[in-house]
Design a protein around this ligand. Structure first.
Ligand code: C5J
Length: 230
């Protein structure tokens, strides 16, 4: 089923059977006090605004039977997949792997690494564990999308200018149509959020499209949409 979506720089049509919702890094480590985001000196409360719109989009996408993918940034407990250049940034007590109130910072399996309860993956929804900022880097995301014949990504998550932007750029270079729902994304820096969205939709949509979650919700059919690919 095809839907028409209001977006910038221009409206577009999406084939829902070939579209996936991807929710980037809505992890306790980024959104809650005591995690990686706060260790880097950020005000994590700035990300909270994205939770409620993300939840509405997640519920609607589940109802419409879209493919839904969640990602988490983090590393193996022995940090063997974390480049030294990434670990060595910041004060030693606040670095990746250091103990914190939610377990070791940005380490897989620790409470802080997990997705916030409001957006917790349902059984069967793939979770991509990624060692980098982009969701394609050193993951099987491309294979998963290929096997589902996905050509459009609807993107939500945090942070706008870091992991959302990196993933959109990676997806765009792989031939995917990437539509970012602006109000379902957030940054510790409001001006970076705005700039991150502006960069995506500038120059005729150089990396993709930016839309409002409300316009996506209105466009979605209430009934099941995911069909077998002919
Ligand atoms: C950051 C992310 N900001 N998920 N990660 O380090 O954007």
């Amino acid at each position: 089923m095809k839907i028409a979506l209001e977006a910038e720089p221009a409206p577009l049509e999406i084939d829902l059977a070939r579209a996936a919702l991807i929710i980037i890094d809505m992890q306790r480590d980024f959104l809650e006090a005591g995690g990686f985001g706060e260790a880097l000196g950020n005000d994590v409360s700035r990300l909270a605004a994205a939770i409620a719109p993300c939840r509405k989009v997640l519920d609607a996408a589940r109802h419409a039977r879209m493919l839904i993918i969640h990602t988490r940034e983090g590393h193996r407990p022995d940090l063997s997949d974390a480049p030294r250049a990434k670990i060595e940034r910041g004060a030693p007590s606040m670095r990746i792997g250091a103990p914190g109130p939610m377990g070791r910072i940005l380490v897989r399996g620790e409470p802080g690494h997990d997705i916030i309860p409001e957006l917790y993956p349902a059984p069967g929804e793939p979770v991509i564990d990624k060692p980098g900022k982009g969701a394609f880097y050193q993951t099987d995301l491309a294979l998963l999308l290929q096997n589902h014949a996905i050509e459009t990504l609807v993107v939500c998550g945090v942070t706008t200018e870091v992991c959302v932007n990196t993933t959109v750029r990676e997806g765009n270079d792989r031939g995917l149509r990437c539509i970012v729902l602006g109000d379902c994304c957030a940054s510790y820096f409001p001006h970076f959020h705005e700039a991150g969205l502006a960069m995506i939709k500038a120059q005729g949509g150089i990396f993709g499209w930016v839309a409002k979650s409300q316009d996506f919700l209105v466009a979605l059919p209430a009934s099941e949409c995911r069909q077998a690919i002919a």
